[in-house]
Write a protein that binds this ligand. Structure first.
Ligand code: F6P
Length: 519
């Protein structure tokens, strides 16, 4: 395969981009009464309207040709059948298998029985806790669950717990601790009863310093209640046992589950405890349905493929360095943070899978916040700033609450903003022509949330396939971890540090001089 930038499809898109220099969305809508129908997709109860983009039929044809030329179909098959798509770590990436019910061989071993056995254990445990049959110390019903984890062992479950709060009746309250700043842990612990609290420590490696430090702090807080309270979710069951977890309280997942793709494994245990295992199953089912859609739909009808290609169009042909994620749904407040890890940890790569430096941009910066609040902070820049920022607007038609008239106000803003971005007000020097995608679901249920999250997982996968990069490793993150581990003992004594660059030495020495100021 020629390098990406020299490939025929890339070159054709470059030429087409020049031809699209004056493209005006308002005019394109006027010229094509079917534009909404032609540039929107429906799957299940989800609508993706991508008609408000700087694309025409030729753009989409050329983008589809790029996906085909870059072997997206083939790479997708490799992903689903468990090939070692994570070449640098010599592993498959099988989050799709966590929500499938078909046998699949990894290194000659069928992984379905382990997946099903873990789900069955999660169900028994979850049912037991929620029914009061599994108790805290002294027979107290579990009122609170603390989940300790970070990155992929935190963001997915934290997002879903919040998003599915309407389904949490009858379950324990679920709290999350991720930051190694002890203030985060103390805030959660305040007011909780150790005898009525379950503590889940989730870490794929069971070596992550933030998670283990918080786990020790909380284990101390539990005191004599620790024995019955500790639960671990990990791919390193030996270290979890050494930490003090009873064998039957260790829920495994496997090295073929990437951290940021691990929500669907036992990392989802706090979700299941909060909303019940039936709802967790529905979340898995939604994600599985998106997997099937991704696997089976022609590229032209595939939501993940279309979203990915639009992202490439702006990133690589318009120089858009970022995109905004704008959920018009307070319960999806953590979606931007979740997608930051999913997308930026997956796509922040400067070499191809073969180790060749890329000569094109890869991952975009993901940012965002819920509307309508965001309208009153950064939307001005989206509308009239000098930079192009494509945006995904996400909303549910039907709310979970009874204030339907208020929900209509929310959605009026949702519709108004994408219309304003596109139409602008040319008479007032406000040209518009700013692109956006609109994703609408009927209602935010466990199933639709599963669809939505898997949609973005596959989008990221398609983009990495086109860029020729590995979506499943994160070597850059490891360097900072190693440095922090080296610095920690040096912070403990009072001696000035001189081992680093002048700035780092200066900062550490300032900290040492001022940490016990008593103010
Ligand atoms: O942030 C780097 C990272 O390795 C993520 O990929 C991962 O989700 C996170 O740390 C937590 O790792 P673990 O689950 O091993 O504690």
């Amino acid at each position: 395969m020629p390098t990406l930038a020299l490939s025929p499809a890339w070159q054709a898109l470059k030429a087409h981009r020049l031809a699209m220099a004056g493209a005006d969305m308002v005019k394109m809508f006027a010229a094509d009464p079917q534009r909404f129908e032609n540039f929107s997709l429906r799957h299940d109860c989800m609508l993706l309207d991508y008609s408000k983009n700087l694309v025409d039929a030729e753009t989409m044809r050329l983008l589809m040709a790029l996906a085909r030329e870059r072997g997206v179909g083939n790479e997708m098959q490799r992903l689903f059948r468990g090939d070692k798509v994570n070449a640098s770590e010599n592993r498959p990436a099988l989050h799709t298998a966590l929500r499938d019910d078909r046998p699949l061989l990894v290194d000659g071993v069928d992984i379905l029985p382990q997946v099903e056995a873990t789900l069955a254990r999660m169900r028994a445990f979850t049912d037991g806790v929620r029914a009061g049959a599994i108790t805290g110390s002294g027979g107290k019903k579990i009122a609170d669950v603390i989940h300790i984890g970070i990155g992929g062992s935190h963001l997915g479950p934290a997002l879903v717990t919040r998003a599915l709060a309407p389904y949490s009746t009858g379950g324990p309250r679920v709290h999350y601790i991720s930051n190694v700043d002890a203030a985060a842990a103390y805030t959660v612990l305040a007011g909780l009863d150790p005898a009525a609290t379950l503590v889940i420590v989730a870490s794929k490696t069971f070596t992550t310093i933030e998670t283990l430090t918080n786990a020790r702090l909380v284990r101390d807080w539990l005191g004599s209640a620790a024995e019955g309270a500790l639960v671990a979710v990990t791919a390193n069951t030996r270290l979890a046992a050494e930490f003090g977890n009873a064998e039957e309280r260790i829920f495994p997942f496997w090295d073929w589950v990437g951290g940021r793709y691990s929500l669907w494994s036992a990392v989802g245990l706090p979700v299941a405890l909060g909303v019940g295992m039936d709802n967790f199953d529905k979340l898995l089912q939604g994600a599985h349905d998106m997997d099937a859609h991704f696997r089976d739909a022609p590229f032209e009808h595939s939501m993940p493929v279309v979203l990915a290609l639009l992202g490439i169009w702006y990133n690589n042909f318009f120089g858009a360095a970022s995109y905004a994620v704008l959920p018009y749904d307070e319960s999806l407040a953590l979606l931007p943070a979740f997608l930051q890890q999913l997308d930026m940890e997956s796509s922040g790569k400067r070499v191809t899978r073969d180790g060749e430096p890329v000569d094109y941009d890869t991952g975009a910066i993901v940012w965002g916040a819920p509307g309508t609040d965001a309208q009153h902070s950064f939307f001005q820049l989206l509308h009239q700033g000098t930079r192009l920022v494509p945006a995904d607007f996400i909303a549910a038609c039907e709310p979970h609450h009874a204030a339907h008239a208020q929900h209509a106000i929310l959605l009026a803003n949702y519709f108004a903003q994408t219309a304003a971005l596109m139409n602008g007000a040319p008479q007032d020097g406000f040209p518009g022509n700013r692109p956006s995608n609109s994703i609408l679901v009927e209602k935010l249920t466990p199933r639709t949330l599963g669809l939505l999250l898997a949609l973005y997982e596959h989008k990221v996968f398609v983009q990495n396939t086109i860029w020729g990069t590995n979506a499943f490793d994160q070597p850059g993150v490891e360097l900072g971890k190693r440095l922090a581990a080296r610095m920690l003992p040096e912070l403990e004594n009072g001696d000035p540090v001189a081992a680093y660059d002048a700035s780092t030495n200066g900062l550490i020495n300032f900290y040492k001089a001022h940490r016990d100021s008593g103010n």
